[in-house]
Design a binder for this molecule. Structure first.
Ligand SMILES: [Fe+2]
Length: 387
């Protein structure tokens, strides 16, 4: 075994109903909270009230709510919420919602505690413009099972003016606590369940098969993929099935840790320009459109890992069977989509391919097969009509 490292400074509290502990946990961080959440769902499904109630009971004196989060959060939104955090001198931040709310909460922690703006901290291949040296405590409470943001150092942020989607990745961007309560995911509709679950699956697939080395992260990734294959269809069929929801929350968390250690690969690198140029596209849908073609391209570059992946999910131990694994699961969860069906225009493919090379070239060496711009252009075209 070669040398590897594993650092995870996030306290995890996991279990049905555990959101009621947020007040007691939050007390150690101070008395003034900023909750970052979406416009609707956490109000409608009662999650926000449960958090507010718990904070009040624990004596957290003041709670502000920033509820402007939508899918594909922007740098502008992070800046606005950060200004609020500074102006109001909040002690800590709670991210409540899907990946967008959690990513924003983490980014606000950085931006509100250092100089500059959100876009100064995103990772261009040449590095970010500024390096943070402080943060505010963040508690992440996911209401979907997909992103894994509650346990890792990433915040994915879009810049609509530059039409770029980039990642803040820094050890100060870890939340202090992840409160993972599967009950909060029960109100997700079947489509959102599928889209977010497929995101987690792609985290497992990409981290397991890329060229980074971390056997401990591999254990988490493969376990996560197995759980998702077995339980995502159940969570979609039976939204109220708490066992299925628990397994999905658990799997999303495992995959979220796996990508923290091993990163992702070309499916994610190609998805980001898609939702940067087409902000209505949800991350998981974009991944679903790209995954079959990219997996077909990638599997030859790491046959051993793709073979193991296929075998772990009940297929013959052959690298090319991983393509079937992906297609079969997408079929089962009703996400066999094409870029065309998501509203991507064919004329933009050249620009998308250019952006992948411009913004992600520094991760190409981690991909199972190192792609050229021509390869990427070809893969977008294959995913355009549907693979
Ligand atoms: Fe993702």
């Amino acid at each position: 075994m070669s040398e590897f490292e594993f650092y995870l400074p996030v306290e995890v509290v996991f279990g049905a109903g555990c959101v009621s502990k947020v007040g007691q946990i939050a007390r150690r961080f101070g008395f003034k909270a900023l909750i970052i959440t979406g416009k609707k769902s956490t109000k409608e499904n009662g999650a926000l009230d449960r958090v507010l109630d718990s904070l009040r009971k624990a004596g957290v004196g003041e709670v502000l709510v920033f509820d402007g989060i939508e899918t594909n959060p922007t740098d502008k939104l992070v800046n606005e919420a950060s200004q609020m955090a500074v102006r109001e001198k909040v002690d800590f931040i709670i991210g409540l919602g899907g990946g967008s709310a959690l990513d924003t909460a983490k980014a606000v922690s950085i931006v509100s505690s250092n100089e500059g703006y959100a876009w100064d901290y995103v990772n261009y291949p040449e590095g970010p413009r500024l390096i943070p040296f402080l943060n505010r405590p963040v508690i992440c409470i996911p209401t979907t099972a997909g992103t894994g943001s509650e346990v890792n150092r990433y915040s994915v942020i879009s810049n609509p003016i530059r039409r770029e989607k980039l990642v803040i990745s820094h050890s100060l961007n870890y939340p202090r606590v992840a409160i993972v309560d599967p009950e909060l995911t029960v109100s997700m509709n079947p489509r959102l369940t599928a889209i977010t679950g497929i995101d987690a699956f792609m985290h497992a697939l990409e981290s397991f098969t890329n060229r980074a080395y971390n056997p401990l992260a591999d254990e988490l990734a493969i376990r996560s993929a197995k759980i998702i294959k077995d339980w995502l269809p159940v969570a979609i069929e039976e939204p109220q099935n708490l066992k299925a929801r628990e397994m999905m929350s658990y799997a999303a968390m495992l995959a979220g840790i796996a990508i923290d250690k091993k990163r992702v690969a070309l499916i994610h690198a190609m998805e980001h320009p898609v939702s940067a140029h087409y902000p209505h596209v949800i991350h998981g849908e974009g991944l679903a459109a790209l995954a079959p073609a990219v997996t077909e391209f990638n599997h030859r570059g790491n046959p051993e890992k793709y073979g193991l992946f296929a075998e772990a999910l009940g297929y013959p131990r052959k690298a090319f069977k991983a393509v079937d694994v992906v297609i079969d699961l997408l079929q089962k969860v009703n996400l066999r989509v094409s870029l065309k069906s998501l509203g991507v225009r064919r004329e933009s493919i050249e620009k998308l391919a250019e952006d992948v090379c411009l913004l992600s070239w520094n991760s190409f060496h981690l991909n199972p097969v190192e792609p050229s711009q021509e390869d990427i252009y070809r893969l977008y075209n294959r995913a355009y009509e549907g693979f």
